[in-house]
Design a protein around this ligand. Sequence first.
Ligand SMILES: [Zn+2]
Ligand SMILES: [Zn+2]
Length: 577
Amino acid sequence: MENPAIADQFDEMADLLELDGANVFRVRAYRNAARVIRDLGTPLRDLAHDPKALVELPGIGTDLAAKIREILETGTFKALAELRSKFPAGLLELTRLPGLGPKRVRLLHDTLGIASLGDLRRALEEGRLEGVRGFGERSVRKLKEELDRAATRGEKRMLLAEAEKWVNALLEHLRAGGFDTVEAAGSYRRRKETVGDLDLLVATTEGPRAIERFVSYSGVEEILAQGPTKASVRLRGGPQADLRAVHPDEYGAALCYFTGSKAHNVELRKIAQALDLKLNEYGVFSGERRVAGRTEEEVYEALGLEWIPPELREARGEIELAKRRSLPQLVELRDVRGDLHAHTNATDGKATLEEMAAAARNLGHRYLAITDHSKRVTMARGLDAERLRMQWREIDRINREAGGLILLKGVELDVLDDGALDLPDDVLAEADYVVASLHYGASRDPRENTRRLLRAVMHPLVDAIAHPTGRLLNRREPYPLDFEELARACAAEGCLLELNGSPERMDLPDHLAMAAAEEGVRFVLGTDSHAVSHLGYMSYAVAIARRAGLTKDRIVNCLDLEGLRRSLKRSAYRPIQ
Ligand SMILES: [Zn+2]
Ligand SMILES: [Zn+2]
């Protein structure tokens, strides 16, 4: 069982204990443990055989360690099973409704027998909550709103990287069937960090044959709808995917329409109206006559606009720029000369220095910064000064022997609770590149987190801040931060902000990268690779950069090695004698 699933069980236990009116310290112990486990770099099953390793984790005592072992052996633990049987399953769901917590849920259960969202809805409709203590008119109205929201909240959106696997498989299948002009539109094409359903388009005069080909894909679990020009399927273990077959004369207009965003399309239609044209998914029309539709370029041109890269189509000023023909020349994957965030098996990575170097060389990189964790990250066996220097000697040796790619001596340096750094300056001064990050103890107070990060930003030997918001998509919200202050300080100090391409991070979020760029910040793209295959995540870092409207001159690893070295903050540092 994976760590997140174990953490979920501890969180559920905490919820149930609260419902049961248990001691707050017991509740908190489970919640803390869940958090620690979720943040852990190492799978618990790798630690469990060592009786000491588990209890060394913060917040895990002998009791919780035994429960972890029980979960690993049996899939769950007895105390949880017992509590689960004590309460109807719907009660837990109720506790997650904002405005209800376990105490109030318990009260509703004991007074009105409400045990599920459905029960609550009926009770609200029948006005039965009035008169229950603590449920005044206002809180009843709020509950109704929250219920509606819970009903419309869909499933989790899938990560861009996951969507990409499905899209590539489907496109390959369609191309192998002789359909060459085929693309995935929607938020996938705009390279958003998460994607809902997949929307594919094919240009063809043989609609029914294309649709037939689509639904015959081996990964299709269920055909939800099928007509001569459109089909919807559910993919096995995956999302819903739609294919529309359109005539080649309409393909550009359809692609534009289904790529969105909605807000972007609304603005395009306004422009069309002002020109006395009509824009829809079939083309641009002057009266009954189609004046454009075959390609997107032609559609934008008909509206007096430069073609706009999909990543920018969010109605964030791109249309104005396209009107003036001054859209930025967005950075591309092939502009990137090296990767500045990678781990090895010295800490929680899977590959050796040599393996990482070889893989980066195969991708065409000129340099790769090895940035293993510093010692605070005990679970990943973070490096102290001695082990780090040993690694750096190894890097010197590899650089002497192998040609074509330079390994840079780096470290992912933890910013400690008080903002101090996890390694002394004399060590940092020997590095080629230092990226600082906050992995532990993020506060609920934005000032606290900002202050910690600012101390790193101000340090002359910290070149960049890694995954600056700490978010994990679908799993963890960003920690609260005064981002504007951080970005200003980075611009003033010459500290870089990382655009982390790890699919579950994609951190910075694009809108913050955009805001930071406006403050004058420069960026570094990193994959945060923990295995050879992760080096390919650079395309997701580029996706953030493009969505933020960045050109390659804002990104230091689009420079050659010499240029990179010169542009790092440390290049100005002279150690005090
Ligand atoms: Zn990190
Ligand atoms: Zn990392």
